[in-house]
Ligand binder design. Structure first.
Ligand code: PRT
Ligand code: ZN
Length: 207
C-alpha cells in the first residue's frame, strides 16, 4: 500500500461529521465525493467510503492507514489498531434497557434472563464482571423490538437522546460504555504516511 488513505463511513451517523473533521484539517474534496474513493484536491490523500463495520478490518489489514469509527464498534470487534485520537463527536451510550413494566428492578435481577444485542462481546464482558448469568441473544439490529416480541427480557443497545427507548416503552438500568468517534491508525501504516498525517494534523502544512 502506497497511497495515504483514510476510511470513513459512507453514509450514516458518522459520515457527515467525519467529513467535517477532514475539512477542519484544511483538506478539500470534489463534490462528487460519494464515490467509493475520493481523492483530496489539495493533499496526497484518498478517502475510502465504506460501511462502518468494515472500517476496523480495512485499517487493521493496512488497506487504509487511518479510519474513523465509533469506539462501540472498535471495542466490540476487539480490533488490533492504534487509537490515535478521540474526536468528540458521535457521542452515544451502550446501555442495558428493560420494559417499563418489567419485574426486573436492578441489575442482579437479570440473572437467568435473556438479553438481545448486536454487541454480544461487550455485553458478555460486562455480565462476567458483574457476575450475572444471563443468556446473550445476538441480533443484527432493531434490538428495541425484541422484548415486545418476547425474543428477550432486556436489550443492550446504543442510545443518544433516549427517544427510541421511550417510544418502545423501555428504560435504561445500566450504562456499559460511553462511546464517541475515534481516529484509528493501522499497525501497518507506512512510516511516511503516519508522518503525513501528523504534519496534516499539526497544521504544519499550508494547504
Ligand atoms: O450502514 P453502516 O453499517 O455504515 O451504519 P450503521 O447503521 O451500522 O451505523 P449508524 O450510522 O447507525 O451509526 C454509526 C455510529 O454512530 C455508531 O456505531 C455509534 O458509534 C454512533 N452513534 C451515535 C449512534 C447513535 N449516536 C445512535 N443514536 N449509533 C446509533 N444510534 C441509534 C440508537 O441505537 C437508536 O436506535 O440511533 C437511534 C436513535 O437514538 P436515540 O436514543 O436518540 O433515540
Ligand atoms: Zn454498521
Amino acid at each position: 500500500m502506497n497511497n495515504f488513505r483514510i476510511a470513513i463511513q459512507s453514509k450514516g451517523r458518522l459520515a457527515e461529521e467525519s467529513m467535517n473533521f477532514l475539512s477542519s484539517l484544511g483538506l478539500t474534496f470534489s463534490p462528487n465525493g460519494r464515490n467509493y474513493i475520493a481523492k483530496c484536491q489539495n493533499y496526497d490523500l484518498e478517502i475510502l467510503f465504506i460501511r462502518d463495520d468494515d472500517i476496523p478490518e480495512y485499517v487493521e489489514g493496512g488497506v487504509a492507514d487511518f479510519g474513523i469509527i465509533g469506539e462501540n464498534v472498535l471495542l466490540e470487534k476487539q480490533s488490533q489498531v492504534i487509537v490515535a485520537q478521540k474526536l468528540g463527536f458521535g457521542l452515544c451510550s451502550l446501555v442495558i434497557a428493560i420494559p417499563e413494566n418489567s419485574s426486573i428492578g436492578q441489575l442482579s435481577d437479570l440473572e437467568g434472563e435473556r438479553i438481545a444485542t448486536s454487541y454480544p462481546n461487550l455485553l458478555k464482558t460486562f455480565l462476567e464482571k458483574e457476575k450475572i448469568n444471563a443468556a446473550v441473544i445476538p441480533i443484527k439490529g432493531s434490538a428495541e423490538i425484541a422484548p415486545s416480541l418476547n425474543l428477550a427480557d432486556a436489550i443492550c443497545d446504543l442510545t443518544k437522546s433516549g427517544q427510541t427507548l421511550k417510544e418502545n416503552n423501555l428504560k435504561s438500568i445500566a450504562t456499559i460504555l460511553e462511546s464517541q468517534a475515534v481516529l484509528i491508525q493501522s499497525p501497518y501504516s507506512r512510516k511516511r504516511n503516519v508522518e503525513k498525517y501528523e504534519l496534516l494534523f499539526a497544521k504544519n502544512l499550508q494547504l
